[in-house]
Design a protein around this ligand. Structure first.
Ligand SMILES: [Zn+2]
Length: 123
């Protein structure tokens, strides 16, 4: 299953590079709830890059047909945890951006543009 990926896979690296090229300086390992991939501290923006498979992207989050008793609950838990993390960060005043892997693959520059726009608004 080539779509199964974890942290520090290529789309995340590509996005960080794009964001950096726009002059934004971010942290990646800030001890923040849910461990966002890009953290813009002053603007309080937390960006998560969500793998299409693990986080149930509407376009590519198809569930494996085999072993459904294992995958079903596991993927449901992932989604529930994502929602919980987002809510907790928002309660703490953070703006949470969740980006699908495929959005970076098809348009890394436009995703970085969105982040930059938001960063300018919230600075
Ligand atoms: Zn996707």
């Amino acid at each position: 299953m080539s779509r199964i990926r974890s942290r520090n896979t290529k789309p995340e690296v590509a996005l960080r590079r794009e964001v950096f090229a726009r002059g934004l300086r971010y942290r990646t390992s800030l001890k923040l709830h849910g461990k966002p991939d890009i953290v813009l501290t002053r603007a309080k923006i937390a960006v998560f890059v969500d793998g299409c498979f693990w986080h149930g992207c509407p376009e590519h989050g198809t569930r494996p047909k085999s072993n459904i008793q294992y995958w079903g609950p596991k993927l449901d838990r992932n989604r529930a945890r994502d929602a919980q993390v987002t809510a907790q960060l928002e309660d703490a005043g953070w703006y949470v951006m969740r980006i699908w892997h495929h959005e970076i693959v098809t348009g890394c520059g436009s995703v970085a543009d969105r982040i930059e726009r938001l960063w300018k608004e919230r600075r």
